[in-house]
Every structure is written in structure tokens, then in C-alpha cells.
Design a protein around this ligand. Structure first.
Ligand code: ITT
Length: 202
């Protein structure tokens, strides 16, 4: 059993794009997300190098909960770990997506994929949520392909090089945020979270 529906969920992330997408989507469901760092900027998390997104998310969540000061008893806490997995590269960058983004970046991925015909890839997201009592996990994924070149100006991270299936060949960066959320790994995980925990049962 978890505590009754919270007034807000505090999201620990250093990624503003991720926060905006998640908070806009959850607002539509009547759930308020706030950045934990706006309330507790001192909380620091070390991202462990583990193979499974869920394990990374749960580890980050436990680190956050362990550092929470007084005054957060009524709050639920959330973290998310996401990444891009490319079939031709045996799932790379996967758990290394953050590091690869800040080193070779999307352009480096395009170089690794130059001339490669089979371009299947997927985004995965794992959410870990603390309800004051226990940890819940939710997973989402989005299948697609790696674009031959970076296209579009919206979104963040690998959005300019990822074309989701069913999106008429456009990258996430060519879509408005709500259209990205009709496909995305993050939205899938958040929808499952909302359906599991927040929608009234009938
Ligand atoms: P946290 O503080 O929440 O951990 P982060 O940016 O390190 O933020 P992740 O480890 O979850 O986030 O993400 C790994 C990389 O994948 C990172 O470079 C993100 O920008 C990128 N990424 C995650 N979700 C994405 C999305 O929806 N579109 C494009 N890139 C994404």
C-alpha cells in the first residue's frame, strides 16, 4: 500500500528537457511535478555504471531519499534513467548514453553509423518513484531508427538523430513536445505510472 495521492511529486534530475516533458505530461493528468533541486539544491547523486536502466534509477532514487532532510514526509520522490540503444552497435550507447552525449555527442553517433543500412534503435526509460514507504518502478520504450543526419531544432539530447516508428520519418526534434510524447519512452513510462497509481479504480 502506498500513501494517499500526493500534492506533488519532486523530480530529481539535472536535465531540464526531461523535466519539462515529464511535468507538462503529468499536468495533463492533474499531477504536479516539481524539481527537487528547487527545494533541496544540496542533494547530490552519483550515477552508477550499471547495465540495467531500472537498477540505475533505483540506485539514484535511494541516494536521493537517503539525503532528504526533514520536511519532505508528505512528498513523493521520482528519478528517471533513460538511454538510446542502437542494434548495429550491440545496444551502445545504452547505459553510457549520458557520457557519450557529453563526449562524442549525436554527431559522433552519426559517424559510427555512417554507411550502415540497418539503423534500428530504441529509447528506454526507467522511472523509480518513492511513495514514502516503498519504491515503484515503471519502464517505457520507443522503437525507431537513427536518422542519416541531425534534423530539427526542438527537444534535447539525441532527439535530432532519432526517428520514432509511426512519425512519418521525422526526428523527435522536428516534432512539437506533445507529438513527441505521443511516442516517447518517457511518456510511456509516465502513462503506466499514472494508470497504476493515480487513476481512480472502477
Ligand atoms: P539525469 O540528471 O536525470 O540523470 P541525464 O541527462 O544524465 O539527466 P539520463 O542519464 O537519463 O539523463 O539520459 C542519458 C542521455 O540520454 C542524456 O544525454 C539525455 O540527454 C539522453 N536522453 C534521455 N532521454 C532523451 C530523450 O527523450 N530524447 C533525447 N535524448 C534523451
Amino acid at each position: 500500500m502506498h500513501k494517499s495521492e500526493p500534492d506533488r511529486i519532486l523530480f530529481h534530475t539535472g536535465n531540464k528537457g526531461k523535466f519539462l516533458e515529464a511535468s507538462n505530461l503529468m499536468r495533463l493528468k492533474g499531477i504536479k511535478l516539481q524539481l527537487l533541486s528547487d527545494h533541496s539544491p544540496e542533494i547530490q547523486v552519483i550515477e552508477p555504471q550499471l547495465d540495467a536502466f531500472q537498477e540505475v534509477a533505483v540506485s539514484k532514487l535511494k541516494q536521493v531519499v537517503g539525503q532528504l532532510g526533514d520536511g519532505f514526509d508528505a512528498d513523493w520522490i521520482m528519478v528517471e534513467d533513460a538511454g538510446l540503444l542502437i542494434d548495429h552497435l550491440d545496444g551502445f550507447p545504452g547505459p553510457y548514453s549520458s557520457y557519450v552525449f557529453s563526449t562524442i555527442g549525436p554527431e559522433g553517433i552519426l559517424k559510427l553509423m555512417q554507411g550502415v543500412e540497418s539503423r534500428e534503435a530504441r529509447f528506454m526509460a526507467s522511472i523509480a518513484l518513492w511513495d514514502g514507504d516503498r519504491v515503484h518502478s515503471f519502464e517505457g520504450k520507443c522503437e525507431g531508427i537513427i536518422s542519416p543526419k541531425a534534423v530539427g531544432v526542438r527537444g534535447f539530447g539525441y532527439d535530432p538523430i532519432f526517428i520514432p516508428n509511426g512519425g512519418n520519418g521525422r526526428t523527435f526534434s522536428e516534432m512539437q513536445e506533445d507529438e513527441k510524447s505521443s511516442f516517447s519512452h518517457r511518456a510511456n513510462a509516465l502513462n503506466i505510472m499514472a494508470e497504476t497509481l493515480f487513476l481512480p479504480s472502477i
